[in-house]
Write a protein that binds this ligand. Structure first.
Ligand SMILES: O=C(O)CCC(=O)C(=O)O
Length: 269
């Protein structure tokens, strides 16, 4: 994997509200990710509403289904970007999105819309879209409203037009949670596959309850930082504690249920 310069990336995000970095993954890495996702896509139905897309497959919770994405979400440059943009953070969601032929444009939105924060505000979310196909204006490339991270309202002003994030497979599109964007319409006869890795400030609830999606017996064997990123983390100093301790400790030392024979009935007799 090539390593984007995080300072330059932050400058671009600040100026434009999005940034594209080509050739972050080489052809072999793209192919390996496609091979990982292929069986998951096969068993994934198309969406249930206009946001998911009736001709789009969204593989939710891939971290519960494969270990092949762990290294990607642990990429040091993503960690640096998240630290500098959000401070202490977790993953918010990870999913693959395959926009199928004939899909219409997804309603535009901003990824921090779930949080009742007045706009504009310091960023609490950032997102990445990893192109596993060439993203073109015709096949459903993500569309982005440049500069929308500074808008007072998430509704585009009259005349504002989004731009498609055209990029070859192996590129990464990065945008902060306040940027207005959406999946594009796919006018071709081929699907468009991308992988979303989203991060959120550690004091906010994750979009996806990743922690609940991964069995404790699996979570116990994950790298420590990944355990934190999926939800076994403390936001300084104590937000998210379990039984008065760091939540990661519960993986190796589950809270013991009291022995019923030793527990009082509450009766005074
Ligand atoms: O698929 C895309 O290009 C964007 C999808 C997106 O923004 C979303 O589902 O939140």
């Amino acid at each position: 994997m090539a390593v984007p310069d995080v300072t330059a990336l932050l400058d671009d995000l600040d100026r434009d509200g999005y940034a594209i970095r080509p050739s972050v993954l080489d052809a072999g890495e793209v192919e390996a990710l496609r091979a990982t996702l292929a069986p998951l896509l096969e068993s994934t139905p198309t969406g249930r509403n206009p946001f998911e897309g009736y001709r789009t497959r969204r593989v939710y919770s891939p971290l519960a289904k494969t270990r092949a994405l762990d290294d990607l979400v642990l990429s040091p440059w993503l960690e640096e970007l998240a630290n500098r943009l959000l401070g202490p953070h977790t993953l918010s969601s990870v999913l693959a999105i395959e926009i199928g032929p004939g899909e219409v444009a997804q309603p535009i939105h901003h990824d921090d819309g779930a949080y009742p924060l007045p706009r504009p505000h310091p960023e609490v979310v950032f997102n990445t879209m990893w192109a596993l196909d060439d993203f073109t204006a015709g096949n459903g490339a993500t569309v982005v409203h440049p500069g929308s991270h500074r808008w007072d309202s998430p509704h585009p002003p009259a005349g504002a037009e989004p731009v498609p994030a055209v990029m070859p497979a192996g590129s990464v599109l990065v945008w902060p949670g306040s940027t207005v964007h959406g999946g594009g319409a796919n006018h071709t006869d081929q699907p468009r596959l991308g992988l979303v890795i989203e991060y959120v400030a550690g004091w906010l609830r994750q979009h996806e309850n990743i922690q609940a999606s991964i069995p404790v017996d699996t979570a116990r064997h994950l790298p420590g930082r990944l355990q934190e990123l999926i939800g076994y983390h403390l936001y300084p100093d104590f937000l998210g504690f379990v039984d008065g301790r760091h939540p990661r400790k519960v993986l190796d030392h589950p809270i013991a249920e009291p022995d019923p024979s030793q527990v009082g009935t509450g009766s005074t007799q």
